[in-house]
Unconditional design. Structure first.
Length: 210
């Protein structure tokens, strides 16, 4: 029996994932979590074989939660689930220790296979992502500038482009406005831009915000 913890801040999403999983005789949902603190509480309290983790958690970004989980439980397979397209977060998640990455649009069809695959110690990526990664080997010189940003810088870019103030970004990322300002300065330097308006335009042109 494969024991699974589901982490997503929307109860209806957790319910849908649970229904998909419990229909399988070899899968058992042993816990649910709606935020970072609950994720850590669940994995510490209830032994599980796979963690299914949403990337957009309310109090702490899923990538940060992933990093802490892997620090405490390096052998626990973590399958990242996201509403964001693979080209935005998949590589970052895999670099941070994720065993796989699925979008919520494909979860109904691929989640069960993904869980069984990561349980065998293998990475799970879709054919589309594999193709994208393969193409990347042939165009290293054309890597977008935002792919070279740190996770925090990338998060700050998306939030600025979404119209958030430095204080709001600080609240969302649990950082001081001064620290957020430092990330903003790094963004402007690395992307060779001059203002929030240019950051926003860059994010929109590269499909980094909805």
């Amino acid at each position: 029996m494969i024991r699974i913890v589901i982490a997503d801040d929307h109860a209806i999403v957790r319910q849908g994932l649970r229904q998909i999983l419990v229909a399988q005789p070899d899968l058992q949902v042993v816990g649910e979590a709606a935020n970072h603190a609950e994720v850590m509480q669940q994995v510490r309290r209830e032994p599980c074989d796979v963690l299914v983790l949403d990337i957009a958690m309310p109090d702490k970004n899923g990538i940060d939660t992933l990093k802490q989980v892997k620090q405490e439980y390096p052998k626990l397979p973590v399958l990242m689930l996201s509403m964001y397209p693979e080209d935005q977060y998949a590589v970052r998640a895999l670099r941070a220790g994720a065993s796989g990455y699925l979008t919520k649009m494909t979860a109904a069809d691929q989640l069960v296979d993904a869980i069984r695959q990561v349980m065998r110690g293998r990475k799970y990526i879709t054919a589309e992502l594999a193709q994208s990664l393969a193409e990347g080997f042939n165009r290293d010189q054309d890597v977008p500038a935002h792919d070279l940003l740190s996770d925090r810088e990338f998060q700050t870019l998306r939030l600025i482009a979404a119209g958030k103030t430095l204080s709001q970004i600080g609240d969302e990322l649990a950082l001081s406005p001064k620290t957020v300002s430092v990330y903003r300065a790094r963004l402007l330097s690395k992307l060779n831009l001059q203002s929030n308006a240019e950051l926003t335009r860059y994010a929109l042109e590269h499909g980094l915000v909805e």
